[in-house]
Design a protein around this ligand. Sequence first.
Ligand SMILES: [Zn+2]
Length: 129
Amino acid sequence: MDAAVECTHCKVLMTSWSAPGSAIRYYQCPFCARTHSSLYGEVFRRRAGARVVEAPARASAPAEIPMASPEDIRWARVKASAAQWFARVEADERACAPRAATVTRVPAPAVPKLARARAVAAVRAKRKP
Ligand SMILES: [Zn+2]
């Protein structure tokens, strides 16, 4: 499968990679960091987070599909590390003042965590004889 995959949340093409010698391909959105694997074709068929763009990436008109520029990707990384930093600060505050209930909660990145769990499950499934 060498088709382009689009993140249905951000409407951008996802970057893809695969381990050498592996038939499984992984796709990650440069904006929201959602990750999908070709093992879960269901995700693409149901368009639950990702969809296969019909034409191959190189053959399609670049103007029709918004691409993440290096600047966008850099900015997404800055936002991600800022979110991690805030989460750490929040954890520290909670550790220092357990009774401070007024601390503003920073939403945890639940979806990337789920994607990671899926990737781990995919690796485990692959190891089975
Ligand atoms: Zn996305």
